[in-house]
Design a protein around this ligand. Structure first.
Ligand code: PRX
Length: 632
C-alpha cells in the first residue's frame, strides 16, 4: 500500500531510497495499473537536462484515478463540491459518476477536434467541471494547461500562445464571494490575439448573457447531449506530457513547467498518502484553486489516485463571512484540511467567535503550503483550529517539483513550528554556498538544491528547453536549484527561509519582480520602475514599487489607481502593488544595475544601515528615496 506507519519506518524507507533509488521507486510504481511495465526505471543527466522515469512503460493516469476504483469503490464519493453560495446544494460525485462524466467530457473534446498531444487551455471557475475537464484531457492524451481564472486577458493570451493551444474551455462567468467574474468576456478579449484557438467550449455557470461566436464557441451542455459516456483511455508513454502549468521566474515571462505521465502519477499518490497519512474513508479538503500546482496534485490527481474523497470549494474564505472554512469543515466532517498561511493569517485577524462556534472535531490532520508559515500563525492554527490534537504538516515544494518534497509525515515526524522538517523518501536535498560547494553537517544555512532526480520533477519548460537548463540546472553544476534559501538545524531539520532570487511570494502567489515592473512600465507616465517585496502581515510579502515618472506633478491617489488598473489588465488583480513611491532616480551602479538590496531595506523600513553605497552612480538618490518612503 506504500504507506509509512512510524518514524522508524520513515528512516528505513529514506535510507533505502538513497541506497537504491531505482529499486525503491520500482516497488512504489508496482502498485499502479500499467498497460505495459517499464524496461528501465531511470535515465538521467542534470547537465542536458534530461530525466526519464519508467522508460518504455505505458499507462493512462485516469485509469489509475478512476477505472481501477470502480469495482470496489464505485459508489464512494470522489468529489464533494461545495458551492460559493452556502444556500446552493453541494454536489457529491461518486467514482462511477465521475468516471462517466470524464468520459463524456472527453468525447466532447474529441468531437471538437481534440487529439492526443494537443494543448488545451482550461480557464474555469472552481466547479466540478474543472476537475472533470482536467481528467478528460488526460483521458484522451491531450496536454492540459490550466490558467487560474483570476489572471487577465493578456496573461491568458500569452499562455495560450506560448503553448499554441487549439481549444479553450471556460464558463460564462464564475462566482467568487459576493463578486461575479465575467470569464467568457475575458476569454473573448484574449482570443482576439490567439490564432491557434479553433474552439471555445463554454460551461453555463452564472447564467449571464454572453456573446457566442458562431463556428468557434459552443455550449458544454449542448455538446454533452450529443455524446455518450464511453471513452477508452488513450495509451500514453510514461514520458509523454501530462500537463503544462505556467509559473513566474526571476526573469522574462512566466514559463510553462512541463510534467509527464508516469513519474508524476507515482509521486502524486505516494506523497499524498504519506504526508497526510491518508486513511480510507477520510474526507480530505485542500482549499487551493486547481489553477495552481497545489490544486493539480492535491485536489485532483493525488487524492483520486489514492481513491479518496476530495472536497472542492468554489468560493473564498471570507464569504458569506470569515467562518466559511470552519462551516465547511463541520458540514462535511473534514478529516484532513490543507490550506495556505495567508488564509490562516487573514482568518486569525478576524473575530475568534467565528471559529469558536464550530466544533471542528472531525479534523485530524492540518496542512500548510505555499509560503513560510510564521510561528504566530502556526500556533494559532495548532491551538484554535487543531485544538492541539492535529499535527500540522508544513509542506515545502514548488510547481517544478510536482509534489511535496520536504514535510513532516502527519503524526510521525516530530514537529517544529515554521520548519518543513525532513525530506520525503526519494528526495535528496542539499545546501550549497555562494561558490556552489555543498555545505555538509548540521546547524548550517545555504541555497537549497536537490541532487538526485525524483519521479515528479520538471522535465522541461514548454517550447524552450534551454530556459529550463539555465534557470534550474546551471547555477550549481549537477544539481537542481530551487531558488530558495534554507537552514538545516542541529537536528537536521529543514526550514525554508524564502526566495533568494527576484521572485516574490504574495499571498502564496509567485511573481517575478521583472514581470510586475514590465506591467507598470506600460503606464504612459512611467519611465522606469523597480519592484521589491517587503514583509506583509497577512500576505507574507507585499509588493513595493518605486517609479520614475515623466511628469512628477501628478495626483498620487489617481496615479496609484491607474497603476493598479494597468497591472490588473496586464497580469491580474493579484499582482497590484501594495505601495507605490514616485522617485526621481533609482540606486544604480556605474554599470547600470539597480541595487535592489537598498530598495528592499527601505521598503522594509530598515534604513539605518544600508550597507556600502559607494559603488552607486549617484548616492544622493538614496537619500531622496529614504525621505519619501511610505513607511506606515
Ligand atoms: O519559496 C517557496 C515557497 O513557494 C515557492 C513555490 O511556489 P509555487 O511554485 O507557486 O508553488 C507553491 C505551492 C507548492 C517555493 O520556492 N513555498 C512553498 N511552500 C513553502 C514555501 N516556502 C516555505 N514553506 C513552505 N511550506
Amino acid at each position: 500500500m506504500n504507506k509509512i506507519n512510524s518514524i522508524e519506518e520513515y528512516h528505513e524507507e529514506y535510507s533505502k531510497s538513497v541506497r537504491d533509488p531505482e529499486g525503491f521507486w520500482a516497488e512504489k510504481a508496482d502498485t499502479f495499473l500499467w498497460k505495459k511495465k517499464w524496461n528501465e526505471v531511470l535515465e538521467w543527466d542534470f547537465d542536458a537536462p534530461s530525466v526519464k522515469w519508467f522508460m518504455g512503460a505505458k499507462l493512462n493516469i485516469t485509469e489509475n484515478c478512476l477505472d481501477r476504483h470502480l469495482e470496489n469503490s464505485g459508489d464512494k464519493v470522489a468529489i464533494l463540491w461545495e458551492p460559493n453560495d452556502p444556500n446552493e446544494s453541494s454536489i457529491k460525485l461518486t467514482y462511477k459518476e465521475l468516471h462517466s462524466r470524464v468520459c463524456a467530457f472527453a468525447n466532447v473534446l474529441k468531437r471538437n477536434g481534440a487529439k492526443k498531444g494537443d494543448r488545451i487551455c482550461l480557464y474555469m471557475p472552481m466547479t466540478p467541471e474543472l476537475a472533470i475537464a482536467t481528467l478528460a484531457c488526460a483521458r484522451i492524451g491531450a496536454v492540459h494547461s490550466v490558467v487560474f481564472a483570476g489572471f487577465s486577458a493578456r496573461s491568458l493570451e500569452d499562455r495560450i500562445n506560448d503553448a499554441t493551444c487549439n481549444i479553450v474551455v471556460t464558463a460564462d462567468g464564475g462566482f467568487r464571494g459576493a463578486k461575479t467574474i465575467q470569464l467568457k468576456s475575458i476569454v473573448d478579449k484574449a482570443l482576439e490575439n490567439c490564432p491557434s484557438i479553433e474552439r471555445s467550449i463554454v460551461l453555463k455557470r452564472t447564467g449571464e448573457e454572453v456573446k457566442m461566436e458562431a463556428g468557434r464557441d459552443v455550449w458544454l451542455h449542448e455538446e454533452l447531449s450529443r455524446v455518450d459516456d464511453v471513452c477508452p483511455a488513450e495509451i500514453m508513454d510514461s514520458e509523454d506530457m501530462l500537463f503544462v502549468l505556467y509559473t513566474s521566474g526571476s526573469t522574462g515571462k512566466p514559463k510553462g513547467v512541463v510534467h509527464t505521465c508516469g513519474g508524476y502519477m507515482v509521486y502524486a499518490e505516494y506523497s499524498f498518502r504519506n504526508v497526510f497519512q491518508y486513511e480510507k474513508d477520510d474526507i480530505y479538503w485542500c482549499t487551493a484553486d486547481i489553477g495552481w500546482i497545489t490544486g493539480h496534485t492535491y485536489i485532483v490527481y493525488g487524492p483520486l489516485l489514492a481513491g479518496a474523497t476530495t472536497v472542492m470549494f468554489e468560493g473564498v474564505p471570507t464569504y458569506p463571512d470569515a467562518g466559511r472554512f470552519w462551516d465547511i469543515c463541520d458540514k462535511h466532517k473534514v478529516n484532513i484540511f490543507y490550506t495556505a498561511p495567508t488564509a490562516i493569517r487573514a482568518l486569525q485577524a478576524c473575530d475568534i467567535s467565528l471559529v469558536k462556534k464550530h466544533k471542528l472535531d472531525s479534523l485530524r490532520v492540518l496542512g500548510s503550503v505555499g509560503e513560510p508559515i510564521n510561528e504566530e500563525a502556526w500556533h494559532w492554527y495548532n491551538d484554535e483550529i487543531g485544538k492541539g490534537r492535529c499535527p500540522i504538516v508544513d509542506t515545502w515544494w514548488q510547481t517544478e517539483t510536482g509534489g511535496i518534497m520536504i514535510s513532516p509525515l502527519a503524526g510521525l515526524t516530530p514537529l517544529k513550528p515554521s520548519y518543513a522538517t525532513l525530506p520525503l523518501p526519494g528526495i535528496q536535498p542539499c545546501l550549497v554556498d555562494a561558490d556552489g560547494n555543498e555545505i555538509v553537517g548540521n546547524d548550517v544555512q545555504g541555497n537549497l538544491c536537490i541532487k538526485y532526480p525524483w519521479p515528479s520533477m520538471i522535465r522541461t519548460t514548454y517550447g524552450d528547453h534551454n530556459r529550463c537548463k539555465e534557470v534550474y540546472f546551471s547555477a550549481y553544476k549537477g544539481k537542481y536549484f530551487t531558488g530558495d534559501g534554507c537552514r538545516r538545524d542541529e537536528d537536521g531539520f529543514y526550514r525554508i527561509t524564502g526566495r533568494v532570487d527576484d521572485v516574490i511570494n504574495v499571498s502564496g502567489h509567485r511573481f517575478g519582480t521583472a514581470e510586475i515592473e514590465a506591467a507598470i512600465d506600460e503606464h504612459e507616465n512611467v519611465v522606469e520602475t523597480a519592484v521589491v517585496g517587503y514583509p506583509h502581515e497577512i500576505k507574507g510579502q507585499g509588493i513595493y514599487a518605486y517609479a520614475i515618472c515623466h511628469d512628477t506633478n501628478v495626483d498620487i491617489a489617481l496615479f496609484i489607481q491607474e497603476i493598479n488598473k494597468t497591472v490588473t489588465e496586464i497580469i491580474g488583480p493579484i499582482a497590484k502593488p501594495d505601495k507605490i513611491q514616485i522617485v526621481h532616480g533609482l540606486p544604480k551602479t556605474r554599470s547600470g544595475k539597480i541595487m535592489r538590496r537598498i530598495l528592499r531595506k527601505i521598503a522594509e523600513g530598515d534604513v539605518s544601515n544600508l550597507g556600502d553605497t559607494s559603488t552607486l552612480l549617484d548616492p544622493s538618490v538614496v537619500e531622496e528615496i529614504k525621505a519619501g518612503a511610505s513607511l506606515e
